[in-house]
Ligand binder design. Structure first.
Ligand code: MG
Length: 162
């Protein structure tokens, strides 16, 4: 039994914040604004996991008015989401994501993001795809006002007898 999940997230780019995407701190003049560390990729992936089993969304699970989640490492949020997926008898099959950013160039950081995700989700790196694109200057991403991420995942039922 395979199920599919889709996630989308956007965070605003502002001065005075670290830029953290896929658990990687990326040197840049701006960072993403949010209640947590605003890791837009991890948020999109967490929402895709929740969607795959119709478990709601991360806004419901980790409200942004809850002080426990202020500046929290989104890797911890993703781990908690994945724990819930496992609890229901499913595990990751594969994941494909796109980060939409005009700047900075993300290619040098993609392999580290994949590695981080493979460790977090206890899977082989071949099951994790992360890509990046610009919007050729169009829209909020093109104007460098924000960064978006999309993620699609499939999860499979873990069978008791292998
Ligand atoms: Mg978010």
């Amino acid at each position: 039994m395979i199920r599919i999940g889709f996630g989308y997230d956007v965070h605003r780019l502002v001065e005075g914040r670290k830029l953290i995407i896929g658990g990687v701190e990326i040197p840049f003049t701006k960072g993403l604004l949010g209640h947590s560390d605003a890791d837009v990729l991890y948020h999109a992936i967490a929402d895709a996991f929740l969607g795959s089993l119709a478990l709601g969304d991360i806004g419901q699970l980790f409200p942004d008015n809850d002080e426990r989640y202020r500046d929290i490492d989104s890797g911890l949020l993703l781990q908690e989401v994945y724990r819930r997926v496992r609890e229901r008898g499913y595990c990751l099959n594969n994941l494909d994501a796109v980060i939409v950013a005009q700047k900075p160039k993300l290619l040098p950081y993609i392999s580290k993001m994949r590695e981080n995700l493979a460790v977090l989700l206890n899977t082989a790196i071949e099951n994790i795809s992360v890509k990046a694109t610009t919007t050729e200057g169009l829209g909020f991403a093109g104007r460098e006002e924000g960064i978006a991420a999309y993620a699609v995942i499939t999860v499979k039922e873990v069978l008791e007898n292998g």
